[in-house]
Design a protein around this ligand. Structure first.
Ligand code: DGJ
Length: 743
């Protein structure tokens, strides 16, 4: 890995063994894009794209250089209102009310390692040798502000990260109306766009479509990344498959409002950009102040989408996720939510815990409803004191009793919210996040707390610490169950145009403090399931509740989509009762178990209601999972058959690091009459190694399993007799453990 500067061509080459990124300073001024893709050697970066005189594309050099135009130049960080008609990366209003940003290169430095991005989640290094950073200093021609562009290349990953810092050089405030974290131009538009749109209960559909002339934009104006779009955008070659072809992926390390653009202009050049959404953003930057953008992770591979996912999984595992649980096996949990909802007593919970112990569960999680007067979702958020009607002996006593059974104890909070019917609201209505003198809409009967105010955050911190210091808590689920509306602050010192970002800075500050103060707690992030499942949150909390939809069939799509960009060790996935509470579907317990155990396995049901045979089956599932969870949570993940391919089958594979163990799951959704089984070709094994499949004596070479493949016959499920539904062989799954045979 290195970053080279070529004085003759005024060019930079960032590279490692996997990827190269080249840029050049055109005419000593303009930071131009040269190349990004598979690693190329040497220090020979130079602009070789031909310049043409284009009608209606004006030249800043006038008649002297008529064939040069900002409108056709491949750029790295385009300004605004400067002759480039494509989307800008930066829009500033200056004190004289002008708003043309003409950026010119000033200087650069090459830094060993990676500078900290203070106050924001970011990918990190453990040692300086793991990365190098190029800092380019640009100035507006009128010297109102300095723009620093940061590019970090990692030694062992095909990853470049980018962020931007603006400094006000003048004597008066300037207004940032748009400040994206990165922009890059490609000289062609022969791409498909890959993205992960969704909705509550249907998060992260894997969608792929050709790109077209015009701007394709995905964004969030909801104060959070949201269920609607993942802050991710990919460009792939039209021929790219799971296992072959070019993939360029952009992923935002941020949990607030974002924008991802892909624009094709009249010359079929493609511009991709990512950053904070300008929609609700107007930041007043005072003299000498700086503003730092969040970071974008840019990853490239020529080996298809599956390799792209594996690169990101491993990169996030080693350079984003932190703390005690970074590589630790995640516990099997029982969460009481779908088992009881708000309707529980101490006795009921202890009964459930007894059964949980018997099943092999390791962590008991008490979800919503333990505080204030919370019998439904209309009340008490903000009043983080135990609800004595339900838990008369207190939380501490409950936790101790549960722990005495050999379980760990976990607790739900929704720390960013306030109910209208709460003591907190009655005392502090001014703590509700809303624009002054405007009414605030209710979402799930609640308002959002104004985390731009330190006093508000301090209050929540003090309340949470009071609980955490008294009760022996091993796990916290941090929920967030609505999106922002009427964005603003009632506090006179906060500008409404700064609220969404200041909110995120406040939230990150609180998360940093709490996760540092309680390093042994396993933190799980949640937002009505996966509504804030992004790299920003992963920096603080190593796992996320993937979706409120626990139906096994729906989960095949949700978990496949999620796996495109987020590591398996971060995915909470639970077995729930049937008929499923979200979609009313009956599926077999085998299939529910097999789908849930392809992530962080948990159960979300009332275990006292399980029949003897179901109990035995769950016990077996948990034993199997414990034996294999290291492989699942931290192995390489392969999507062998996709639920998005309109077929009734999905297959996933996990392979460990030294390729001595693998586990393949095959799921059949709807059976077809009179069909023969198809083969599944495995991936990632060592071709020369010999393997055995569980329960069989036959030896297979890795090359055999990968090239010829395996027939997988999904077993009939027990539920066929038991169910009142006619399942007729639908919803069947099987798993095959594969082990290397030595000697
Ligand atoms: C939404 C979460 O996603 C659920 O798992 C549950 O915790 C509820 N909130 C509780 O209100």
């Amino acid at each position: 890995m290195d970053i080279l500067f070529n004085k003759e061509t005024n060019s930079f080459h960032l590279f490692n063994d996997l990827v190269s990124y080249q840029l050049s300073i055109k005419d000593d001024k303009y930071v131009s894009h040269v190349y990004w893709g598979k690693a190329i050697g040497g220090n020979n970066a130079h602009i070789d794209f031909p310049l043409y005189d284009r009608a209606f594309s004006a030249s800043p050099h006038g008649a002297k250089l008529q064939n040069f135009s900002m409108n056709t130049l491949l750029q790295e960080y385009p300004g605004h209102n400067n002759g480039d008609y494509r989307e800008s990366a930066l829009e500033v209003t200056y004190p004289d009310k002008t708003f043309s940003t003409q950026l010119e290169y000033q200087s650069h430095s090459i830094i060993n390692g990676k500078p900290e991005l203070e106050g924001l989640p970011h990918t990190y290094i453990n040692e300086k040798s793991e990365a190098k950073t190029l800092k380019l200093v640009l100035k507006d021609t009128l010297d109102y502000c300095t723009i620093d562009l940061y590019y970090t290349i990692y030694a062992d990953y095909p990853v470049v990260t980018r962020s931007v810092r603006v400094t006000n050089n003048g004597e008066l405030p300037i207004e940032l109306n748009k400040l994206l974290s990165m922009s890059v131009d490609f000289d062609h538009s022969s791409f498909d766009c890959v993205q992960l749109p969704g909705a509550w209960g249907r998060e992260r559909d894997l969608v792929r479509h050709p790109i077209h002339r015009g701007v394709h934009k995905i964004d969030s104006k909801r104060g959070t990344t949201s269920h609607t779009y993942q802050p991710f955008l990919g460009l792939v070659d039209p021929d790219t498959t799971e296992h072959t072809g070019d993939v360029y992926g952009f992923h935002f390390v941020y949990s607030g409002e974002f924008l991802a653009n892909c624009e094709v202009n009249e010359y079929n050049q493609t511009r991709v950009q990512m950053g904070i959404s300008p929609e609700h953003f107007k930041w007043e930057l005072n003299p000498a102040e700086t503003f730092s953008s969040p970071e974008v992770v840019m990853s490239y591979t020529d080996n298809g989408l599956n390799q792209f996912s594996q690169d990101l999984h491993s990169f996030y595992q080693t350079h984003l996720i932190r703390g005690k649980y970074q590589f630790e096996e995640r516990p099997v949990l029982l969460n009481n939510w779908e088992g009881t909802y708000f309707d529980f007593t101490e006795e009921k919970l202890l009964d459930m815990a007894d059964k949980a112990v018997d099943l092999g569960v390791e962590l008991f999680v008490l979800d919503d409803g333990w505080f204030g007067k919370r019998d439904d979702d209309k009340t008490s958020l903000g009043d983080w004191v135990v609800y004595d009607k339900k838990l008369p002996n207190g939380l501490k006593s409950l936790a101790e009793k549960i722990k005495a059974k050999g379980l760990r104890f976990g607790l739900w909070f929704e720390p960013e919210m306030i109910s209208e019917d709460s003591d907190l609201f009655r005392t502090h209505p001014e703590w509700v996040l809303k624009a002054n003198d405007r009414s605030a809409s209710l979402g799930r009967n609640q308002f959002i707390l104004d985390y731009t105010q330190k006093e508000v955050r301090d209050y929540i911190k003090e309340r949470m610490r009071a609980v955490l210091n008294e009760v022996p808590i091993d796990y916290i689920k941090w929920d967030f169950n609505r999106n922002m509306t009427e964005i603003g602050s009632q506090h006179p010192s906060v500008n409404d145009g700064e609220v969404t970002h200041r909110y995120m800075l406040g939230l990150y500050d609180l998360l940093e403090e709490l996760t540092t103060a309680y390093p042994d707690i396993l933190w799980e992030s949640c937002s009505g399931g996966g509504g804030r499942y992004d790299p920003g949150m992963l920096y603080y909390m190593p796992q996320t509740w993937t979706s409120d939809n626990t139906d096994a069939v729906a989960r095949l799509e949700i978990q496949t989509g999620t796996s495109l960009v987020l590591p398996i060790s971060s995915m909470g996935s639970h077995v729930s009762a049937v008929p499923n509470h979200q979609v009313n579907r009956m599926t077999s317990l085998d299939m529910r178990g097999d789908v849930a155990m392809a992530g962080n396995l948990g159960y979300e049901l009332d275990p006292t209601l399980l029949s003897d045979s179901e109990r035995e089956k769950v016990q077996e599932q948990i034993v199997f999972y414990k034996e294999n969870r290291k492989l699942i949570q931290y192995g390489s993940f392969f999507r062998l058959k996709s639920p998005f391919d309109q077929s009734s089958e999905t297959a996933w594979l996990f392979v460990n690091k030294d390729k001595s163990e693998a586990l393949v799951f095959n799921y059949l959704i709807l059976d077809k009459t009179n069909m023969v089984n198809t083969r599944v070709k495995l991936k990632g094994l060592a071709p020369e190694k010999r393997y055995k499949l569980n329960g069989q004596d036959t030896l297979y070479y890795g090359s055999e399993l990968m090239n010829k493949g395996l027939y997988i016959e999904p077993p009939l499920s027990d539920e066929i007799e038991q169910s009142s539904y006619q399942v007729n062989g639908d919803f069947r799954s099987t798993k095959i453990k594969i082990k290397e045979v030595i000697g």
